[in-house]
Design a protein around this ligand. Structure first.
Ligand code: ASP
Length: 427
């Protein structure tokens, strides 16, 4: 979906957009001509590829979650190893999101944006969406009611309103819950439900192809979006993005070298030795930005360097490449909160918990391919009342974040395989 060549062109697009945007901001910032060009030519061109991604967010989320849960369920059928993996996947993802949210709450990169830049962004990306979201956030709904609304009475109505600001029902999160139920049911029903799983696979394939079309426009799109942001907001946005980049990388490092190390130590393994032996997989994940493409290397590392029994490593790593995406869940949590800060949307603790749950579930359904979490991210953003279009702000630096989160995704799979195998057959 996103070859190294395409990645280079996207990076180039970002650089060209940033340089031209800063020059335009310096010489013509605030002028009527620049505004006209920006709103009538540059921005619409840039938004084209984001709109195409928007278009397939719902079918992609539903089919990906059904399949992700089904795969985890398959794991369940292999007994205790499967159950341990399932639990570890959920716990690891939850901890990664908590670390991400803690870091972004402390650093608050989105709050450092100058007030005038924030006002410009609000005007640009739909102040109405933000205002409605803030109003909804202020409403105190009893916890029991909120939990109940997660189980949709009418999943179609929730799907239709999934992106409606201020919608009172469970919205996208309840659509996710619906998909979770279907995934579990497909498993329980067994072969008779196989056509549903096949349909989801086909839908997912089609959605990934559509994203492929969108990605062809990405280099031009990114150049336009970055131009638009820097021409309007100048250096302020560059600094804010630098801080956001720092927050994501810090949180990923804490999760990988802090939490994973702790989990390994608690399971009786030497973290240092583990990281040394796994570095080939870490580097491949980093350079390819794809857990799936890294799978052969992870398998080799697990079997030859870490001494994990084949029957465990094959199973855990293959399922984990899609279903266990700690780095992605963490990144989504940080990004949602960052963009909420940028737009001045104060997420209550309840809303942060909702966002965290969505990121955990989204992590289960994200394909192990470059940029695969983008549609999921758009979904979560809109669900918490942050304009979905605002991914435009971070899209220019997404590649470096994708490389880093993929490395953590890959390490997470290996850590789980190591811990689970340790109990079965110590290496
Ligand atoms: N590139 C990631 C992976 O393959 C998925 C994502 O976060 O976009 O693991």
């Amino acid at each position: 979906m996103n070859s190294p060549n395409l990645a280079r062109r996207i990076f180039l697009g970002m650089l060209v957009g940033a340089i031209l945007g800063l020059v335009a901001n310096y010489f013509a910032g605030g002028s009527a001509q620049l505004d006209w060009w920006d709103s009538n030519v540059v921005k619409p061109t840039g938004r084209l590829f984001i709109r195409i991604i928007f278009m397939i967010v719902l079918p992609l989320i539903v089919s990906a979650i059904v399949l992700g849960v089904k795969e985890l369920g398959d794991m369940n059928q292999v007994g205790r190893v499967g159950v341990r993996c399932l639990l570890a996947t959920l716990v690891f993802s939850a901890i990664s999101v908590v670390i991400g949210l803690a870091v972004v709450n402390v650093i608050q990169p989105g709050k450092r944006l100058p007030a005038e830049s924030r006002a410009a962004l609000m005007a640009e990306y739909g102040g109405q969406t933000v205002t409605k979201a803030v109003e909804t956030a202020k409403k105190e709904t009893p916890v029991a009611e909120r939990l109940l609304s997660l189980i949709p009475q009418n999943p179609l109505a929730e799907a239709v309103n999934a992106f409606t600001p201020g919608h009172e029902g469970g919205g996208l999160l309840s659509v996710m819950v619906f998909a979770l139920f279907i995934g579990v049911a497909v498993n329980v029903a067994g072969p008779r439900a196989a056509p549903v799983a096949n349909l989801c696979e086909a839908v997912m394939e089609v959605c990934m192809t559509v994203i492929g079309f969108a990605m062809k426009l990405a280099p031009l799109g990114v150049a336009c979006l970055v131009f638009s942001a820097t021409a309007t907001l100048g250096l302020g946005i560059v600094k804010t993005l630098g801080l956001y980049l720092f927050a994501v990388l810090l949180a990923l490092s804490l999760h990988c070298f802090g939490f994973y190390a702790l989990a390994l130590r608690m399971a009786g393994h030497s973290p240092l030795r583990f990281f040394r032996d796994s570095r080939e997989a870490l580097i491949t994940g980093f350079t390819t930005s794809s857990s799936n493409a890294t799978l052969p290397v992870s398998l080799r590392v697990a079997e030859m360097k870490l001494g994990i029994p084949k029957q465990i490593s094959r199973f855990v790593l293959t399922v984990g490449a899609t279903a266990n995406q700690n780095g992605t869940a963490l990144y989504e949590g940080v990004t949602v909160l960052f963009l909420a800060q940028v737009f001045g949307v104060e997420l209550t603790t309840g809303q942060q918990i909702t966002a965290a749950l969505m990121c955990i579930v989204a992590g289960l359904g994200t394909a192990g391919a470059p940029g695969a979490s983008l549609p999921m991210l758009v979904g979560v953003l809109i669900a918490v009342g942050v304009p979905g279009d605002s991914v435009a702000i971070i899209i220019g630096i997404d590649r470096i974040l994708d490389m880093s989160r993929t490395a953590v995704n890959v390490m997470g799979d290996l850590v789980i395989a190591r811990i689970v195998a340790g109990k079965v057959a110590p290496a």
